[in-house]
Structures are given as structure tokens and as C-alpha cells.
Design a protein around this ligand. Structure first.
Ligand code: HPA
Ligand code: ZN
Length: 338
């Protein structure tokens, strides 16, 4: 690509991997209302506009309350398929070549939705995206950390008959008061089963939670991790291990983790030599999909062409693809950047 192209335009145009997207967080208000009507579910908001106006969050919990309410319209396998397909179409428009998608089964099984409906609906959308859009993808099952470790163990057991459809596990929901060490046993079991392991840590929680995710859970990636910068020894360890951070700038802005995108730590993370990546987290709620996250971060922090290429390369390095697919993705990036 022409080296005169500005870094934000370049960021939007190049192939990238998205590694931190909660599929329930891709449910747009229009689809929430369409599914509510299809399934006869009553919502607490009269229309799309009223729901969208409620998206004024002050912290993680204020978002999670609305996010779980939105997910209540998902009942059948086709609903999960339709939600994921809508995300894949947006991902294609943003030049996402590979994506690793979080899902929260406990949000659905607690309402009586069978685990198989959740997993099969998502998995069929992943297959379709590969065939029709050329996007490779994988599913990562997240445990809700505000629930007990026993509930996570039971969820894992319920998902094991569908083991072929997901590659790993993660940890999400309300962070403060629910440290990674609460889930040491279930993560040990997951590792024994050959599942990849990641965990949200250091979004609102302290650097100690990131240490626990690394040392107790043996997390291979840290989701968010922006508070790592408060602990220089932790930054040095993340750099030494080359543990990727899946950072979500517009999420951090909407949930008041940062006051202004100009204060966002992304540039400091890159300058510290960490394998930081850009991701959308819950794009329907936070004001933008992957390219919006890239473009607004590049503009707010005046990131360079080299920073942009590093971020795209990091996304492929951090992904759980085969070596062959990683080489293919790196070659696509190379061809797009010259
Ligand atoms: N943090 C924790 N849990 C979540 C998030 C998040 O950003 N999005 C969906 N569940
Ligand atoms: Zn997240």
C-alpha cells in the first residue's frame, strides 16, 4: 500500500485478527428487538431508541446489568446463529481475517437454554463465515466470575460433549472482588483437557489480579490488562513472557476506565514492548467495531504507520491459529503493507 496513506486509513484497510469480542456484546438494539418479537420476550425498554439511550455507563457493572438484559432475548439455536452471523458481516467489512469469539453459556443455561443450542448456533455461524466470507474463527467459553467456581465446573462438564466446537476458556463479568485465584481448580482442569486459557484481568481490578491470572490460572493471554502499567515488575514479566494483552480502547472509554482516549495507555503499552492488540469487546454497546477502535485510537494517540503494523502483526502472533494459518495471515498483512 502507498506509504503516504495516513495511519488511520491504513489501520482500517489491512487484515487483522480480533481476539476479544463477546458475541453477546455484538447484539445491536435492532436485533434485540427483532429477537424479542420473534420469541415473545418482554423487554424493559419500549423501543430501540430508549434502549440505546440507556447505554450511558459509569463502570463495568452498570454495563453488565444492561448486557445481561439484552441477552435475555436469545432462546433458540437460530438466535445464536443469527447474532454471530451479524457480527461476522461487520467483521468482514472491517477486514477481520481471523476472530476468536467469547461466549457466556451461564447467561443462557441459567434461563433454561440448552448448552447445545448455544454452542451449535455459534459454531454453525463460524463454519458459514469460513465458507462464505473466508474468515477463520474459534470459540472461547467464558466463565462468569461473579458466580461460584462450582458453577464454572458444572458448566465445563455440560460443555464437554460439545468439546470439538471450542478451543479454550476465559473468565469475564464483574472483576473486583472476584480474583482469578477463585477459579484455580476449574482452570487446572481445563488445562488438563488441552483447552487454551485466557482471563480478563486488570480492567478495573488491580495488577495483583494479572499476576494471579498468570501464575494461578496460567493464562496465555490477558484480556484488557491496562492496569499492568501500575506495576513495573509486572510489565517486565509480561514483556519477558511475551504474554499478549487484548486491549479494548472504546470499551475503556465507555466504562470510564480512561477519561479520554488521549489518556489511553495503548501507546505506553507498545512503547514498553508488550504484545498489545486492539479489540472491540462489546461493539454494539461501546460505539464501534474493530476499525472504529483502531481509527479513533490512532487519531487520539497519534500512532504511527509502524505502530499500526505492529498492532496488526501482534494480533496474528497472539492468536491461537496453526503455524500454517499464522504464516498465511502474516503474508496477507505483508501484501497489504508492502
Ligand atoms: N469485562 C468483563 N466482562 C465482560 C466484558 C468486559 O469488558 N464484556 C462482557 N463481559
Ligand atoms: Zn471483555
Amino acid at each position: 500500500m502507498d506509504t503516504a496513506v495516513n495511519p488511520a486509513t491504513l489501520a482500517a484497510a489491512i487484515p487483522k485478527a480480533e481476539l476479544h469480542i463477546h458475541i453477546e456484546g455484538s447484539l445491536e438494539p435492532e436485533l434485540i428487538f427483532a429477537l424479542a418479537q420473534r420469541n415473545g420476550v418482554k423487554l424493559a425498554y419500549p423501543d430501540v431508541q430508549a434502549l440505546r439511550e440507556a447505554y450511558a455507563f459509569t463502570n463495568l457493572q452498570s454495563f453488565l446489568d444492561i448486557y445481561y438484559a439484552g441477552a435475555s432475548v436469545l432462546l433458540h439455536e437460530a438466535d445464536f446463529h443469527d447474532m454471530a452471523w451479524a457480527y461476522f458481516l461487520r467483521a468482514k467489512a472491517d477486514n477481520v481475517a481471523h476472530t476468536e469469539i467469547f461466549f457466556d453459556p451461564q447467561t443462557h443455561t441459567a434461563r433454561g437454554v440448552p448448552m447445545a443450542s448455544v454452542v451449535r448456533g455459534l459454531a454453525s455461524a463460524c463454519e458459514r463465515a469460513h465458507g462464505e466470507l473466508g474468515i477463520s474463527s474459534a470459540l472461547i467459553l467464558c466463565f462468569l466470575r461473579h458466580l461460584s467456581e462450582q458453577d464454572a465446573l458444572d458448566t465445563l462438564e455440560a460443555a464437554l460433549p460439545l468439546r470439538e466446537h471450542f478451543i479454550g476458556v476465559g473468565l469475564d463479568s464483574s472483576e473486583v472482588g472476584h480474583p482469578p485465584s477463585k477459579f484455580s481448580r476449574v482452570f487446572a482442569r481445563c488445562r488438563e483437557l488441552g483447552l487454551r486459557v485466557v482471563a480478563h484481568a486488570g480492567e478495573e481490578g488491580p495488577p495483583e489480579y494479572i499476576w494471579e491470572a498468570l501464575d494461578d490460572l496460567k493464562a496465555e493471554r490477558i484480556d484488557h490488562g491496562v492496569r499492568s502499567l501500575e506495576d513495573p515488575a509486572l510489565v517486565a514479566e509480561l514483556a519477558r513472557r511475551r504474554t499478549p494483552l487484548t486491549v479494548c480502547p472504546l470499551s475503556n472509554l465507555k466504562l470510564c476506565v480512561v477519561k479520554d482516549l488521549a489518556d489511553h495507555p495503548m501507546k505506553r503499552l507498545l512503547d514498553a514492548g508488550l504484545c498489545a492488540t486492539v479489540n472491540s469487546d462489546d461493539p454494539a454497546y461501546f460505539g464501534g467495531y474493530l476499525n472504529a477502535n483502531f481509527v479513533r485510537t490512532v487519531q487520539a494517540l497519534d500512532l504511527s504507520r509502524e505502530d499500526v503494523i505492529t498492532l496488526a502483526r501482534n494480533s496474528f502472533e497472539a492468536s491461537f491459529v496453526s503455524d500454517t494459518r499464522r504464516q498465511e495471515l502474516m503474508a496477507l498483512l505483508e501484501a497489504a503493507t508492502g
